[in-house]
Design a protein around this ligand. Sequence first.
Ligand SMILES: Cc1cc2nc3c(=O)[nH]c(=O)nc-3n(C[C@H](O)[C@H](O)[C@H](O)COP(=O)(O)OP(=O)(O)OC[C@H]3O[C@@H](n4cnc5c(N)ncnc54)[C@H](O)[C@@H]3O)c2cc1C
Length: 406
Amino acid sequence: MAGVVIVGGGHAGFQCIDSLRKGGYTDAITLIDAEPHLPYQRPPLSKSYLLDGADPDTLLFRTAAFFEEQRVEMRLGQRVESIDRGAKTLVLDNGEQVVYDQLVLAPGAQLRPLQIPADLADSVHYIKSLDDINGIREQLDAVEDVVVIGGGFIGLEFASTAVKLGKRVSVLVRGERILNQNVTPELSEYMLKEHQAQGADIRLNTRIETVNRLESGRLSILTQDGQQLECDLLVAGIGVTPAIGLAEQASLECDGGIRVDSYCRTSDPSIWAAGDAVSCEHPMAEGFTRIESVQNAVDQAKVIAANITGTPTTYDAVPWFWSDQYAHKIQMVGFHQGYDRVVQRGDMDSGKFTLFLYKGDQLIAVHTVNKPADHMAARKLLAAGISPSFEEAADESLKLNTLLKR
Ligand SMILES: Cc1cc2nc3c(=O)[nH]c(=O)nc-3n(C[C@H](O)[C@H](O)[C@H](O)COP(=O)(O)OP(=O)(O)OC[C@H]3O[C@@H](n4cnc5c(N)ncnc54)[C@H](O)[C@@H]3O)c2cc1C
């Protein structure tokens, strides 16, 4: 038996291995990942790993012994170049072929590169892989001025960590607000003020025109509206695109992501897909959607493992995400697209508050800042389809969990 072959050893790939074995799968499992490292967690890369200078081993899901015990053939540092669906065979970048019975695609997303002159491309740092962050860590001690391009979660997490490390940090944001696609204007504004209060120089509506290397070795950045900045370290966090090249090459159905059905199965019944690369339907979202989060990757991988081990299971977990910036834990649950009302619980000035997002009188998402109990209760409320009234949502004296007993 060729067994299950998993392409991608990130959050989805690792979870799939764990859940397959826990679900009683005894045939062969092979993991192939282009990175040379044992599977590791990405969220700490822009947070604690950078701040604490921790040992890379602290990022690992499990040590090498686990994969040996679980009889997983590890092919690290090897990239899958193509899939022959007829022969159920993968071709690797070293020319080797790997045969599968069931294939799980978990290739994640790839960096969107910053458009700058080719001779300076090496001067830009990104925040995606362990090697990226190790490259930044090597330089950080000698750095005073940092410019971050991008006002999304990862750019801002990196900015807050760099500020904590005593760096002078400027963030160039294309749009008129930070975290534009992910949170409400109220939360954007709140976090903007927090970044500014901590000393970050956030420049909204600012696009980069060009970058030059100065004789001093520093980089000079010219923006389209004529602002000039100098820095020792330039970091881009301008998003990712789903890694669908392999799926497209194999003529699997794709729509900007690898399209899967509610069982996380692709248009080929022997091929499954999970994680950032996947376009899926979700009972709480309209049409097909792509979710870039650890929880989504983990939940979809669990669904695949359950289906492979004989328990038909569909993907319907309520999606959630978190981000740490300074002393703020921001947690988001649900799909907020199309909300038409925000109900606030708690005072923003206290640094602890919850925003309930409604479409009509239906609760569709909840965003919290330093309110983990509200976040946990909101997950349960959304999963149960319970919408508090606007008055209940705003009432801090009402414990949200009590609404679950309705
Ligand atoms: C710095 C950082 C911070 C983050 N913080 C958070 C957070 O706080 N909360 C949160 O929910 N999410 C966070 N995320 C997002 C989260 O990490 C991703 O959503 C998650 O990793 C997706 O898991 P995945 O398994 O789909 O892909 P990944 O974890 O990206 O893994 C994909 C793997 O596939 C491999 N691969 C791709 N193509 C091939 C190929 N052809 N052959 C072989 N191997 C291949 C890649 O090398 C990679 O290791 C963060 C991401 C980053 C980069």
